[in-house]
Design a protein around this ligand. Structure first.
Ligand SMILES: [Zn+2]
Ligand SMILES: [Zn+2]
Length: 175
């Protein structure tokens, strides 16, 4: 995973703006965690970090788009992925590399806080990704019987299933 830690010690009281366009921030974890999709519109993120009493306020947004297969019809389509964020981050304490997972997004290195910008942006990406990506909201999917893409053609199976007269015939056969 691409690492990007922002030193928080020298951020002025009014805050500081950051922007991210390095695609490896997204392509790195996508490959590592086997998230399907290829970036078609490059990702970019803006982030503002403002020191607070006991932590840091992190606000901003990001956007881009990926090409990935629809979960219903398996056709590839372009899925925009974007979102805004507003999070309060505070140092979890002095940590070693082993317990980073529990330590949150701010670590202390010799008492100096650093923010895990790469991990944070990846988390935002995952939150914005639809759980079941669909090419169109009402994608008709593949016919479970003959396998045709129902968005593109109608097959006989669909019509038979909906015909009540045929259902009666099927019942008759059972007896
Ligand atoms: Zn589809
Ligand atoms: Zn069919």
């Amino acid at each position: 995973m691409t690492e990007l830690w922002i030193a928080l010690t020298d951020i002025p009281a009014e805050g500081r703006d950051f922007s991210f366009t390095d695609q490896s921030l997204w392509t790195g974890p996508m490959a590592e965690f086997h998230v399907p999709g290829k970036i078609v519109k490059p990702f970019s993120a803006r982030m503002r970090i403002v020191p607070q009493d006991k932590g840091f306020l992190v606000t901003g947004d990001f956007s881009g788009s990926v090409r990935l297969p629809c979960v219903r019809c398996a056709e590839e389509f372009e899925q925009p992925v974007s979102g805004g964020f507003e999070a309060f981050e505070e140092p979890a304490g002095e940590t070693g590399a082993d317990d980073l997972e529990d330590a949150g997004r701010v670590r202390l290195v010799k008492g100096a806080p650093q923010f895990d910008a790469a991990g944070f942006l990846w988390e935002q990406f995952l939150l914005a990704m639809p759980e079941n990506p669909l090419c169109v909201e009402d994608c008709k999917g593949l016919c479970p019987q003959c396998g045709v893409n129902r968005n593109k053609e109608l097959c006989a199976c669909v019509e038979n299933k909906g015909d009540p007269r045929l259902a009666v015939l099927r019942n008759l056969k059972l007896h």
